[in-house]
Design a protein around this ligand. Sequence first.
Ligand code: UD1
Length: 363
Amino acid sequence: MKIVLVAGARPNFMKVAPLLQQCDRAQNIRAVLVHTGQHYDEELSSIFFRDLGMRAPDYELKVGSGSHAVQTAEIMQRFEPVCQAERPDIVLVVGDVNSTLAAALVAVKLGVPVAHVEAGLRSFDRTMPEEINRVVADAVATWHFTTEPSADENLRREGIPDGRIHFVGNVMIDTLLACREQAAKSRILEALALRNGSANPVPYGVVTLHRPSNVDDLARLGPLVRALREIAVELPLIFPVHPRTSDTLQHMERGGGNERLRLVRPLGYLDFLNLVSHARLMITDSGGIQEETTILQVPCLTVRETTERPVTITCGWNRLVGMSPAVLVSACREELAHATRSGKTPALWDGKASQRIIDILMK
Ligand code: UD1
């Protein structure tokens, strides 16, 4: 059986890594890895291949950045001949980025069945580009591999037959669990002067913001950054800045940061995992980080009105704080007033999702 696995942007790499490993281990699967090049910087792409021990892609489409239409169309144009030449039995796509949508469309139109990993998640907010990508990828996929029960319900509501929905757990958590030991060796806490030698780290929080709705407009990002500075008076914050965010931050004085709100370059996988696992709290608008903090048992405040990952809330580790900077500040204060927190672990987030997926595809 030949499977083409497609990855393109930062959050794809940790999802594809364990699937590729399972495929490469199986005797009767030939896996072909395609990197679309949606993300291309060392800090958003190459470092993840090294940190995750992934082999080099078989194809690099080098599409680069562009508007949604340009980027999606470019991926489609460059992926179609690859699919025609390889004639795979399955094209496997992960997550909800433009590369996911583009590859799924190309495959299904060539008559190649699509497996969508992380299917069925819905924010019900169609202004999010990822929501469109998810809905379309699911509409054309043959196999829908889901991470949480809400996704199964969403797919059923959209008319996907039960036999095509497979609740398998979370491949990103496979990677997190597999990499924890290695991440523990990272020296990022020392590099950021958050720990001296073997002492416990000083308390700190971690911030990531990259959603277009939060970061593209200074009128929105400016007040958020000022709220972060207010929080940082009580708890120093480390903010690895996505390139999309730094484009806007350059219009603020000192780029928005100070000695308590420390802006740093994007981090690799192992350093980031280590940094978050020791954090007192996380502030983010990312989808994947809501899931990672649920497993790391780090309280997460999500700067969005909706989440497509409600299990992170019902398990007790994530809270939606909406878009108001004032609410963010008070939510952080409430969180810091809690001495300890407890919560649950979502079902099947046990490190074996990729094995389940490959077993199902083999059948
Ligand atoms: C994309 C995904 C988003 C995901 C995020 C993770 C879509 C629609 N969005 O958003 O779901 O959460 O990745 O990072 O697929 N850039 C660089 N270097 C790179 C790549 C991009 O500097 O290697 C800059 C460019 O200025 C580019 C901008 O970042 O225009 C945005 O990149 P793009 O891939 O369009 O979307 P992301 O915001 O990264």
